[in-house]
Design a protein around this ligand. Structure first.
Ligand code: NAP
Ligand code: F7E
Length: 345
């Protein structure tokens, strides 16, 4: 039985990857941070099937112990402070976790089991102020946030350990991928959750920032397959994983509201933009400049040709399907909240 160690197992991608690896018959080990209240996050449903190890990306001692205990054949380094907006508020913590944390993990592998294969969660945020459209493995990087800068270090140190020590180390340059398990602060889930609440009379409107930012959005379940495929190849390499389609935040909002039965009509411009529910004339989307970023990534559009040709990777979940799944999930969640409240009254 192969052993895999997942850092960030409680997160969105960690949970889908754990499901995939368990299906493949792996022994799955997952790194968890100690919290005052035990919280399995997105892997609550798998908590009896994963071997949890308490560790932290900023503490190499704990990562060495995790390698010793798991004897992992494959490490998937998904742990990160992953919210771009927070990286301006906590630039040092972001760098410690997302940049130096990668070196800590690579050193732990080198010390304990250098034959172990390594996946690094790189990101389209490294392209930032894009130097070409679409972006592929040859596109120069220009990160626009402390998060993007930290991830660029993680990307290059992975490449460096591959070249310096002959480690089987790969980076997946993944474009935005979302799901029913996405954190509520990310724009997609913020919108589907708010749309569901508005449709069920639990909220009046949602406040957003830059509606014109464009993203290449896929589903996390498809993207974790690409991670696994990268570590099954004969040689280590880096790959862009994306859908090849881009849409604005505004388009995502229209689609999400449509999925819960609300048709939106836009009025006004810039900070005065308002999304109106056509059926009753009420504002359901407003702009709050506090959600603007100090430096924005305006347009991301990935070219996944290499991943498709070399890994045989295919995206299975379309954009419309992604939005519908998220919206239906959030409608169900809000209905349950309402029902639970009714029982408690
Ligand atoms: P996520 O849901 O935010 O999960 C992040 C995980 O990292 C959580 O399990 C979190 O644990 C853990 N973590 C944070 N700080 C840690 C630390 N100091 N030590 C140990 N664990 C720590 O992120 P995701 O969307 O699944 O993304 C997975 C990875 O892919 C991240 O590295 C992200 O930067 C990268 N990425 C994501 C996307 C995307 O669109 N989703 C695109 C490209 C790259 P807690 O539960 O304790 O907070
Ligand atoms: O923002 C705009 C915002 O926070 C998307 C992470 O997984 O993908 C993710 O980073 C866009 C930005 O994701 C709001 O300005 C407008 O242009 O959902 P997001 P992100 O920053 O693209 C990359 C690939 C990662 O690697 C990251 O880990 O939406 N936007 N209004 C808003 N964003 C948020 N969060 N909230 C708003 O109200």
């Amino acid at each position: 039985m192969k052993h895999a160690l997942i850092t960030g197992v409680t997160g969105q991608d960690g949970s889908y990857l754990a499901e995939l690896l368990l299906e493949q018959g792996y022994g799955v080990y997952g790194i968890m941070r100690r919290k005052s209240v035990v919280d399995y996050g997105n892997v609550e449903h798998l908590k009896d099937r994963i071997h949890f190890i308490y560790a932290d990306m900023t503490d190499i001692v704990s990562l060495i112990a995790a390698m010793q205990e798991s004897q992992a054949d494959e490490v998937y380094n998904l742990a990160a402070q992953s919210f771009v907006a927070t990286s301006w508020e906590q630039p040092l913590a972001t760098a410690q976790i997302d940049a130096l944390g990668v070196t800590n993990m690579l050193e732990a592998i080198r010390i304990v089991k250098p034959s172990c294969r390594f996946y690094q969660a790189s990101t389209s945020e490294m392209f930032g102020l894009v130097q070409a459209i679409p972006q592929d493995e040859q596109t120069p990087f220009y990160p626009r946030s402390p998060y993007g800068v930290a991830k660029l270090y993680g990307h290059w140190i992975t490449k460096n350990y591959r070249e310096s020590y002959n480690l089987f180390a790969c980076s997946g340059i993944l474009f935005n991928h979302e799901s029913e398990r996405r954190g509520l602060e990310f724009v997609t889930r913020k919108i589907t959750n708010a749309a569901a609440r508005i449709a069920l009379g639990e909220q009046e409107y949602v406040e957003l920032g830059n509606l014109e930012a464009k993203r290449d959005w896929g589903h996390s379940k498809d993207y974790v397959k690409a991670m696994w495929l990268m570590l099954q190849q004969d040689t280590p390499d880096d790959y862009v994983v994306a859908t090849g389609e881009t849409r604005t935040v505004r388009e995502f909002a229209e689609c999400a509201f449509r999925a819960v039965g609300i048709a939106i009509e836009w009025q006004g411009e810039g900070v005065d933009t308002v999304g109106i529910n056509k059926a009753n004339g009420k504002a359901v989307v407003k702009i709050n400049p506090k959600f603007y970023r100090p430096a924005e990534v305006e347009l991301l559009l990935g070219n996944p040709a290499k991943a498709e040709a070399k890994l045989g990777w295919v995206r299975e979940i379309s954009f419309d399907d992604l939005v519908t799944r998220m919206a239906n999930h959030d409608l169900e969640l809000v209905r349950k909240e309402i029902a639970a409240r009714a029982i408690n009254v």
